[in-house]
Design a protein around this ligand. Structure first.
Ligand SMILES: Nc1ncnc2c1ncn2[C@@H]1O[C@H](COP(=O)(O)OP(=O)(O)OP(=O)(O)O)[C@@H](O)[C@H]1O
Length: 840
């Protein structure tokens, strides 16, 4: 049997088919298929809302009530039968002393009394002592992140008690810079008492660490793997308003573990912009309502805010403004930002003369932080600044970029002072929005935009979309000034628009993105079915979304169809693939492509394609100037006869890489991109993601070959290599493939009509359907139908047997395991290849 399996994956050997009766999986031979379902109607899936939540939440509250009822702030409890599942470690933390440790390091107890949080120090410590969960809502810069953990640590030091605090930050740059700041303030050597851990960068040892700053994802992984909070005495969730899926899932895990084996761990939730009541209700029990401590005493340093309509005609002409409701930055917007920099500079020169300071001295604290939605906008802003100020001999600027896909080392450049005589201009995405203090920043220019991940309901692929930021985002951005001195904030929208039209808070990610990663995390957590876990979220998703996600995860092989051998529509056991998918920051189908890439020794190619699929609009349409057909034609050329848009992504990226390696300047890169209608912005994003994925794969034990781009291209000129690559693509990203088979050429036209090259996605299921092969991707049919509708295609052109296809999938899927799906899926590919080779 083993040898048969090996032969199956050996492409040099002929695949022998042994006709046999189907044994629970889909055979690729239509004659051997199990009988079709009798029902003539395709079952419609009901739209299910959040009714399922009530019962589960009530049960959880009971559990939390029962656990925390016996909670006593100090001293010991009487043990009851319920304590049998309590982790012994939890009991130990109460009495554990750490006297020897405290002798090793210097503990200076003088905290900064000027920070407004200091006035609340005693109240905070008392509340932590008395309650399992507390909430701190304090204005930006009041000292929450740097001071509160120190207050806790100092208190433990005074009593000699063991203390181990973890503080989460939504982003790496914040975790690193705050840990460094605390070390500097306390004169501790880095990575001793205080340390940080972000993504793939972690200190060698955390033995001496009692205050750890880490990203939300790091703590979440840690808790999911250990299934207890008791490694820590205090868990501080900072910037809890940032409702990405990691944060919402972390809240679920923390509450769940608090109610089971970790009742003595203290939870502290902090932010400047939270709905404190919502959080307080979330953690409330009959006995204890988490207290909310607010520190709104007025700022020590003022922040002046200006809006577009207050900036005057020197900066904005009425006719330049464009449609104010469209979230975009037009060329006048970029220019206006440069004009503001010039005005700031003139203003500071005058102030320097009046205060008899030198201009250079004012520059030391005159950095400008500009918030932009993405890398492309950052580059365009940089070009505008360079271009407009190049002939201005008075202003010299140092441009520093800061976005998430940069390495943490490069991100730290934002904290370096500029050379004498230069004004630092930081161009940042929202990664610089919360938590960080850049000491020399006195001005913020905020375009009030952000990029959010959204899902295309037709193709169910996620991409980033430009949209207005929420007011909470903008308040955080404004909070980057006024920390060490007064500051100014320029919002590039009209005041009325800001106040009346912009949303107070962003929509939590759990309600707008596919739940694949959350469901996978729930499976790894292994404390109930995904439905039971996700019902406990602050904003629970619809049951239909959970159900669809589980179906998709089964389809891609992340979950088995069964739980302990019994079929369950709302659950499935985790497969090995699922555990890998849970650890890659990608859509599960792209993760699958990477796994298959590894199996077939094409990891590098798979990584590039997966990164390309995660980025929107590689084959760019520059606002209508490019004829849509030209762009499509280029894509077709890059596909190099394969007919696959994913091969096109891969080849474009390699060409771009070879240009970068040759050392082409920006100008010629732009010319090249224009000529071939590709987006440089997307290529840059792909490039950074590729690097990140390589590192992650390496950590997962998936090691790519290191080859240079031209070598890779040469390798794939070999027809056999090409065919293998295509098969991996088809099997990996199944629904994302276009193949030039005569019957589906019409799909190519759809791609042009709908202006989306990914509109060609659903080709694979159609091919299989027309070849009378089984279909596994039932959920793509809706997407296909929707494309037909949107493209206005005349129905009579199509004879697509939707019902047959769907029925076939439904009638077989219940009886298949994940592995069987994959094997049958692969068999489809083999047969399919035989039929289509001539066209490839
Ligand atoms: N790197 C630094 N250099 C100089 N001062 C700093 C630095 N980091 C923090 N501070 C000072 O400490 C204060 C408190 O910073 P902290 O990050 O604790 O505030 P916060 O309340 O958490 O703010 P936010 O809500 O924006 O996260 C800042 O206002 C600033 O005065």
């Amino acid at each position: 049997m083993d040898q048969e399996v090996m032969d199956f994956f050996d492409f040099s050997k002929e695949l022998k088919r042994v006709p046999a009766a189907p044994q629970g999986y889909i055979s690729s031979d239509p004659r051997l298929m199990a009988t079709e379902s009798k029902s003539s109607e395709v079952p419609n899936r009901e739209m299910l809302g959040t009714d399922y939540v009530t019962k589960i939440v009530a049960k959880e509250k009971c559990r939390l009530n029962r656990t925390l009822l016996e909670y006593q702030p100090e001293g010991k409890r009487n043990r009851t039968l319920d304590d049998l599942d309590t982790d012994d470690e939890a009991e130990e933390t109460e009495i554990r002393r750490d006297d020897e440790y405290y002798k090793k390091f210097r503990f200076n107890l003088n905290r900064d009394k000027n920070l407004s949080i200091y006035a609340k120090r005693e109240e905070i410590l008392a509340a932590i002592n008395a309650h399992p969960v507390i909430i701190i809502k304090g204005e930006t810069g009041c000292g929450k992140t740097t001071q509160v953990p120190q207050y806790i640590l100092d208190e433990a030091y005074k009593s000699g008690k063991y203390c181990n605090i973890v503080v989460t930050q939504p982003r790496r740059i914040a975790a690193i810079s705050i840990a460094n700041r605390v070390c500097q303030e306390r004169e501790w050597q880095q990575n001793t008492v205080c340390s940080f851990q972000v993504g793939l960068h972690r200190p060698n040892s955390l033995e001496d660490t009692r205050l750890l700053y880490c990203t939300t994802g790091v703590l979440l992984n840690n808790l999911i793997n250990n299934k207890t909070l008791t490694h820590y005495t205090h868990i501080v969730l900072d910037e809890v308003h940032e409702r990405d899926q990691n944060m919402d899932f972390l809240l679920i895990v923390v509450r769940r573990l608090l109610a089971t084996n970790s009742r003595h761990v203290k939870i502290i939730l902090m932010s400047a912009t939270i709905d404190a009541k919502e959080l307080s209700d979330y953690f409330a029990t009959t006995n204890s309502i988490p207290p909310v401590i607010t520190t709104n005493h007025g700022r020590k340093h003022s922040i002046e805010k200006f809006y577009r309509d207050q900036l005057g005609s020197i900066i904005w002409n009425e006719e330049d403004v464009g449609d104010q409701h469209v979230p975009e930055i037009n060329k006048h917007g970029y220019r206006a930002a440069v004009k503001i920099i010039v005005i700031i500079d003139n203003m500071e020169r005058k102030a320097a003369i009046q205060s008899r300071l030198s201009y250079d001295e004012t520059l030391r604290y005159g950095a400008v932080l500009i918030f932009l939605p993405g890398i492309y906008e950052i580059d365009t802003m940089a070009e505008n600044i360079t271009c407009m100020l190049e002939n201005d001999r008075n202003i010299k600027v140092l441009i520093v970029r800061c976005f998430s896909l940069m390495t943490p080392e490069n991100q730290r450049d934002v904290f370096n002072p500029p050379p004498p005589g230069f004004r630092k201009i930081i161009l940042a995405t929202n990664i610089a929005e919360s938590s960080i203090t850049v000491p020399d920043v006195s001005y913020v220019i905020d375009f009030c935009l952000t990029k959010v991940k959204v899902t295309d309901t037709a193709s169910s692929f996620s991409s980033l979309r430009l949209t207005w930021a929420s007011k909470a985002n903008c308040r955080q951005r404004a909070g980057r000034v006024g920390r060490l001195r007064s500051g100014r904030v320029y919002r590039m929208v009209n005041k009325h628009f800001y106040q009346r039209e912009m949303a107070e808070f962003g929509i939590p990610e759990m309600l707008r993105l596919p739940l694949q990663n959350s469901v996978l995390m729930a499976k790894v957590l292994n404390m109930g079915s995904p439905m039971e876990i996700l019902a406990l979220a602050l904003s629970p998703p619809n049951l239909s979304d959970i159900q669809n996600t589980i179906l998709l995860l089964k389809e891609v092989g992340a979950l088995y169809l069964t739980v302990d051998g019994v079929y369950d529509a709302l659950d499935g056991d985790l497969t090995y693939w699922g555990t890998i998918m849970a650890r890659l920051p990608l859509d599960t189908r792209q993760s699958r492509l990477i796994i298959l890439g590894y199996i077939f020794n094409m990891l590098e190619e798979a990584i590039i394609i997966a990164a390309g699929l995660s980025t929107n609009g590689l084959f760019a349409h520059d606002g209508g100037r490019t004829h849509i057909g030209d762009s499509f034609w280029m894509q077709y050329i890059f596909a190099d006869g394969s007919g696959s848009d994913l091969v096109a992504i891969w080849r474009v990226y390699l060409t771009y890489l070879s240009l970068v390696e040759i050392g082409h300047d920006q100008e010629s890169a732009i010319r090249w991109a224009k000529r071939f209608h590709v987006s440089l912005r997307s290529l840059k994003e792909i490039h950074l993601l590729v690097q990140e994925l390589r590192v992650r794969c390496m950590h997962l034990g998936l090691i790519p070959f290191s080859v240079n781009p031209s070598q890779m291209m040469d390798d794939h000129d070999d027809d056999r290599e090409k065919a293998i690559m295509l098969k991996v693509i088809i099997a990996g990203a199944s629904t994302q493939t276009t193949l030039r088979v005569p019957k589906i050429r019409v799909l190519t036209q759809i791609a042009i009509y709908t202006r989306q090259y990914r509109a060609t996605i659903p080709a694979a299921p159609y091919i299989l359907a027309t070849l009378s092969l089984p279909i596994w991707a039932s959920c793509t049919l809706g997407a296909l139908r929707s494309y037909f509708r949107r493209s206005g295609f005349r129905q009579k052109t199509w004879t697509l047997p939707f019902k047959m296809v769907r029925k076939r999938f439904l009638s077989h899927s219940n009886r298949m395991t994940g592995l069987q799906i994959h094997l049958s899926l692969f068999l489809c590919r083999v047969e399919f290849k035989v039929k289509c080779t001539r066209q490839l």
